[in-house]
Design a protein around this ligand. Structure first.
Ligand code: GLU
Length: 478
């Protein structure tokens, strides 16, 4: 067993794996790896109404995908309930907790009558000596005393006056332990030395510290509360409003290396303006004290830019093997296509380096190269592209198509030759190369944008190109 620090990532499996959770997980992992410590995965699954097995699987799979391996766990908090119950009993029997049967309305009424400034619990049952019983919650007795000071590695000392904490509930009337209790008991028994988690949990930290001290003399763990993630409007990221699910980024074709690199920079930077750096270097450079406390902007455009950089840095072979599942997916979803996948991929391999330079996500490869996978007589013309280039520019389009059919029948079949043939047809019609290419591109790929056209033609082959040009001629009429 390692004698180094012990950190934990303690997600609640209540939904897709949020980018904020991934960032928390990554910082714990970086810290553990840097310090030669132990990274524990603890699943806080006590909210049986909101927890689902598939969310737990999603967390584990996403962490594995990101390369964040854990050393212990996953421990399920729900299986540790006997420990939590024992702690509740102990806190009650040593006088640190008491039963309370107050209902909200009564507390509110009393607070109003007493002119109490804070809306929280007024301590009514503190000295009533109630025993456990139906409808009775268990509250922690905060009591008078020095303020509770959280020594935060990122924010410095954060001071909580005791009268702002109230006697908080640690077990519901049905006896079930609440978050602060279960969370703290587990941190004690797992001998956690550093609690690295989101800033949203900071208000619960002084409560956890009181529970901690009531249960053990052991030193408190060190705390580090990570900055909130915000969108471009500086609003806290929300599941409903913002794209936050790691699973979605994965299915859109973000590379795990790019994702991890981007996540690492949400609150931390290695200095020297460096941004793109491999995980191993992040481990060397990582310092929790260097994490910033101000909100971090989760910028999807920047993430995409990172991803593009990572994609371009792959070897062509690696790019091909990573892109293939996304091509297969695009292919299987495009039901009107009748070509064979195998022949399409042969063409794709030829233009792979050109696609690789132009995509920022692996899922962009399919729409850029789908024309390679269709039969020549079933090119799916984008209707706006057809309208703009073929219908509105009918004379030029018709001239280009017939000129190209004539010249492409003979001559060399390479990008240079195709380019000069296209230029010469265009010149006769008074068209610059860009304008001259457009109808050919629509005829061949169905779109106005795509990979470099002449290389794409080479990949398709002479026969296919001629056949597509002729189909477009027919459709255009005359
Ligand atoms: N289970 C808590 C959550 O998902 C995190 C607890 C912690 O990190 O201390 O918000």
């Amino acid at each position: 067993m390692s004698g180094g620090p012990r950190v934990r990532f303690a997600p609640s499996p209540t939904g897709y794996f949020h980018v904020g959770s991934a960032r928390t997980s990554l910082y714990n992992w970086l810290f553990a790896r840097k310090m030669g410590g132990t990274f524990v995965l603890r699943i806080e699954d006590t909210d049986t109404e909101r927890n689902r097995r598939e969310w737990l699987d999603g967390i584990c799979e996403s962490m594995a995908w990101l390369g964040l391996n854990w050393d212990e766990g996953p421990y399920l908090q729900s299986e540790r309930r006997p420990d939590h119950i024992a702690a509740l009993q102990r806190l009650h029997s040593q006088g640190d907790a008491y039963y309370c049967d107050c209902v909200r309305e009564e507390v509110d009424k009393r607070n109003e009558a007493n002119g109490r400034k804070t809306p929280g619990y007024d301590g009514f049952c503190r000295d009533r000596g109630l025993e456990a019983g139906e409808g009775r919650a268990l509250r922690f007795k905060v009591g008078a005393g020095d303020p509770v000071v959280v020594h935060d590695l990122i924010r410095g000392d954060v001071v909580f006056e005791r009268d702002t904490l109230d006697d908080f509930v640690i077990a519901k009337p049905d006896g079930s332990p609440l978050f602060v209790l279960a969370n703290t008991v587990d941190d004690i028994s797992m001998r956690i030395t550093h609690v690295i988690r989101g800033e949203d949990l900071l208000p619960s930290t002084p409560k956890g510290m009181l529970v901690y001290r009531a249960l053990t003399d052991a030193e408190y763990p060190a705390f580090a509360h990570l900055p909130m993630l915000v969108n471009e409007k500086r609003q806290k990221l929300s599941k409903r409003r913002d794209p936050v699910a790691i699973e979605d980024y994965r299915s859109k074709g973000f590379l795990p290396e790019a994702m991890v690199n981007y996540l690492a920079l949400l609150g931390w930077s290695p200095g020297n303006d460096r941004e793109i750096l491999p995980l191993a270097e992040m481990v060397t450079e990582f310092k929790i004290e260097r994490v910033n406390h101000s909100p971090a902007f989760f910028d999807v455009a920047k993430l995409e830019h990172f991803n593009g950089e990572y994609i371009r840095a792959l070897s062509v072979e690696d790019f091909l093997s990573r892109a293939e599942p996304y091509l297969r997916e695009g292919y299987s979803e495009a039901q009107h296509y009748v070509g064979s996948f195998e022949s399409g991929i042969v063409g794709f391999k030829q233009i792979a380096p050109l696609v690789q330079e132009r995509v920022s996500k692996l899922s962009d490869a399919w729409p850029m190269a789908d024309f390679l996978f269709v039969e020549d007589d079933s090119v799916a013309y984008d209707s706006a592209a057809w309208e703009k280039v073929m219908v509105n520019g009918k004379v030029a389009a018709a001239g280009m198509l017939s000129g190209a059919v004539e010249l492409f029948e003979l001559g060399d079949w390479d990008a240079e030759a195709l380019k000069s043939a296209t230029s010469s047809v265009g010149e006769k019609l008074g068209l610059k190369l860009g304008k001259a290419q457009a109808p050919l591109r629509v005829a061949i790929t169905g779109k106005t944008v795509g990979p470099p056209l002449f290389e794409a033609m080479v990949a398709l082959g002479r026969e296919s190109v001629l056949s597509r040009l002729k189909s477009a001629q027919e459709k255009l009429g005359g």
